[in-house]
Design a binder for this molecule. Sequence first.
Ligand code: HMN
Length: 294
Amino acid sequence: LEKYKGIIPAFYACYDEQGEISESRTKELCNYLYKKGVKGLYVGGSSGECIYHSLEERKATLKYVAHQLKGKLTLIAHVGAPSTRDSVILAKYAEELGYDAVSAIPPIYFKFSESSVYKYWTEIMDATTMPFIIYNIPQTTGFDLSLNLFKKLIENEKVIGVKNSSMPVMDIERFKATAGDNFIVFNGPDEQYVSGRIIGADSGIGGTYAVMPELFLMAEKFVSAGDFANARKIQHDINDIIVALCSLNGSLYSTIKEILKQNGVHIGSVRAPLEPVSGDDLNKIASIKALIDN
Ligand code: HMN
């Protein structure tokens, strides 16, 4: 499980100037992050705008990333989709492409019982021989993974981890205490990376890592060395940046993409209804970038 331990940025959707998925730009972002020294990528998740993509677009992104980085980085494919059928299609495709693991949110839109969610995740797992990473993100899905359902899920040996994006860090502690050493708990909230790691997360997957990988790599270095005073300092810097990233009217990911553009990585903006950065807010990008560069 060592290959899952480290800084794993959530990969962004890369568009051309017309807003279509771009192969060359997807590969450009792959190369950029590879050179930064991250451990792996989480492809096609929330930060990847997955719910705004057709099945074909999601497959295209999975393919471009695999072709660029397979064997170089740990690749996790997020395959959660509104229907079990589409999730299974994506999971099988990820297996064909040689992804290391698949992961999925619970099904969205309707309210589902725990047994429906259990069935959904299990059908995805049954579709391939790949390891599976549960994705718990109640603030966007409305479904809070209970400890009881978690216990039932981890009876399946395909379940090797949980990406926990709920805000109580205690959830990380409970999942870790329940699943034990031979299991990966991924910290989800970037604002709590250091606390998540200290309370039991083994690793992290996050939506803001790709715009400041150096800071997360440094935070990780300090946490692993037990240097919590310095880890805290880095987390303070990270949180100042996240607050600034979230202060504009456009979506968080459009702000991040504007900053990446200033770093020479052009991956377009975001797909509606997510809003691009516009007007006066564009003038604020340079100062947010300065916070990151300092
Ligand atoms: C993904 O699935 O692509 C992201 O990893 C999701 C991730 O947990 C992010 N959460 C949300 O978007 C709700 C966080 O990394 C988040 O972007 C960060 O903590 C800033 O708030």
